[in-house]
Design a protein around this ligand. Structure first.
Ligand SMILES: Nc1ncnc2c1ncn2[C@@H]1O[C@H](COP(=O)(O)OP(=O)(O)OP(=O)(O)O)[C@@H](O)[C@H]1O
Length: 253
């Protein structure tokens, strides 16, 4: 792990859609290779925070440094470039993160072209290899994502995002909406990829089991505020804040 400076430094960030709807005064650092889980009940502001971190929304207050650069001082085209290259964004609903009119191989290859690869044969070979890595038969390379099951679509979205070996990946409930056995396999796969590629990840989930498996550190949000943060095992095994205690005990009961 690089300890020179955080990959992402988030300082006093606020975004409110309306009073009480969003999040306020959020600060944290994310280090290279670190997985940060953002947990909390529905409506606590997790997705809004992820949207601001990934520059889909502009904060009303506060700033973010990415790799030492002020994120919101970059031009919009530079930020869009980051999203196509150094960053990944995995949506809860896979079709939101895939191009439905483009084949599975094209969905993966497009990202490789965005980082400058031009050789068709090599791109197709890498796409095939990634399909196999995410347990999709390579023979499905020319099929459209809509012909895939929900679990396969989600694995394709993950392959599309990780093929460029991004430095930072945002995930919003990546296993939500999948049935339990599909979810377990996907989690296993994500854990392996995150470790092998040494990805920095910010993952939003309301599922503490997902957080326990994937995240090194947690932020617990309640009504738009971070009420507790710390190493995952400490937060889940010895929660300090009454809200975290409630969250943990509601899973156990
Ligand atoms: N585009 C929007 N316009 C107005 N209010 C919004 C908008 N998006 C979210 N909100 C409101 O902001 C609050 C925080 O929503 P957000 O989606 O960030 O929470 P969340 O913790 O991710 O919840 P969930 O787990 O249900 O997705 C909620 O009260 C929500 O209704």
């Amino acid at each position: 792990m690089n300890t020179e400076r955080p990959l992402l430094a988030v300082n006093d960030l606020t975004y409110l859609h309306a009073p009480g709807k969003g999040f306020e005064s959020v600060s944290f650092d994310l280090w290279p290779g670190e997985v940060l889980g953002i947990v909390g009940e529905s409506g606590s502001g997790k997705s809004t925070l992820l949207q601001v971190l990934s520059t889909q929304l502009t904060p009303q207050q506060g700033d973010i440094d990415y790799d030492g650069r002020a994120l919101f001082a970059l031009s919009e085209s530079e930020r869009r470039r980051l999203l196509r290259t150094e960053w990944g964004l995995v949506h809860q609903h896979p079709l939101d993160g895939l191009r439905p009119q483009v084949s599975a191989g094209g969905n993966i290859g497009e990202r490789l072209m965005a980082v400058g690869q031009r050789h068709y044969g090599e791109i197709r070979q890498q796409a095939k290899s990634w399909l196999q890595d995410v347990e999709i038969p390579a023979a499905r390379i020319d099929d459209l994502p809509v012909t895939f099951s929900g679990g396969m679509q989600q694995r394709l979205q993950i392959a599309r995002n990780l093929v460029t070996q991004p430095r930072l990946v945002f995930m919003d409930e990546p296993t939500g909406g999948l049935d339990v056995s599909v979810q377990a396999r996907l989690l296993d796969l994500l854990r392996t990829l995150v470790r092998e590629l040494r990805l920095a990840v910010i993952i939003v989930t309301h599922d503490l089991g997902v957080a326990r498996l994937l995240a090194h550190r947690l932020l617990v949000m309640q009504q738009g505020k971070v009420v507790e943060s710390g190493l995952t095992d400490r937060v889940l095994d010895d929660p300090h804040h009454p809200y975290t205690q409630l969250l943990v005990s509601s899973v156990l009961n």
